[in-house]
Design a protein around this ligand. Structure first.
Ligand code: PGA
Length: 241
């Protein structure tokens, strides 16, 4: 079974104490074999998280700079992120409101540093597909050899408690898939919670999920893993039949 991403984008949350608490809880949880969790803490805590990262987990950054190195006060480069143990980097999260020009440079820096970019994109309002046009045109111009994942996050669903309907998600997925042939996979984000995760899994179209602030609550993280475990067992039984 291919690995299923469980990405926790902590955003601007956490303190040394809270992170220790979170990690000492999740380290005791069993990790379903088919799940690849990626924790994306704020920059300043990446090293702390890396040192206590449970086995099977990966580290991701929430963004990266557009420069390689030099006189750029305050910038964090992609190679620094790779150096301290990141494997992934989110590019273009809606909350950052960066221009496509910036995102293109971040993608280049990520590849140069051997980070796998997770490119975020989502329509501004329900069915506003035109708002994706520029990003889609950029992504579809990339060579097949450039690895990246898409985090499909409808902007209007981010931070809410419910994702769009299953019918809507299927339509969005088909639309994206028809335009973006060379991506490594599609991850869904926006309103994913333990209460609705099963519905998304049952669609069987995404290669993972991305969860915002709620992912930093250990009770929620525990429930997400439990649901993924049950779903994985059901899936492998069905494939064995
Ligand atoms: P959410 O955030 O899970 O709170 O909707 C997702 C995100 O912003 O990446």
């Amino acid at each position: 079974m291919p690995k299923y991403f469980l990405i926790g984008n902590w955003k601007s949350q956490g303190s040394t104490e809270e992170i220790h608490k979170f990690l000492s809880t999740i380290i005791r949880l069993s990790l379903p074999e088919h799940v690849r969790p990626v924790l994306c803490p704020p920059f300043v805590y990446l090293d702390l998280v890396k040192k206590r990262l449970p086995i099977g987990y990966s580290l991701g950054a929430q963004t990266c700079g557009i420069e390689t190195k030099g006189a750029f006060t305050g910038e964090i480069t992609a190679s620094m992120l790779q150096d301290i143990g990141c494997g992934y980097v989110l590019i273009g999260h809606a909350e950052r409101k960066e221009s496509l020009e910036v995102l293109e440079q971040q993608m280049e820096r990520a590849w140069e540093a051997n980070l796998v970019p997770i490119f975020c994109l989502g329509e501004e309002a329900p069915s506003a597909w035109y708002s994706l046009a520029k990003k889609i045109s950029y992504l579809s111009s990339l060579p097949a050899s450039a690895p990246f994942y898409i985090a499909y996050e409808p902007i209007w669903a981010i931070g809410g408690k419910t994702p769009p309907s299953c019918g809507y998600l299927t339509q969005a997925f088909q639309y994206l898939k028809s335009h973006l042939k060379f991506t490594q996979g599609f991850i869904y984000g926006g309103g994913v919670r333990p209460e609705n995760l099963k519905e998304i899994l049952d669609l069987n179209i995404f290669n993972g999920i991305l969860i915002g602030q709620a992912s930093f609550q250990h009770a929620i993280w525990t429930m997400l893993l439990e649901i993924l475990e049950i779903h994985g067992k059901v899936q492998s039984k069905t494939t064995l039949r």
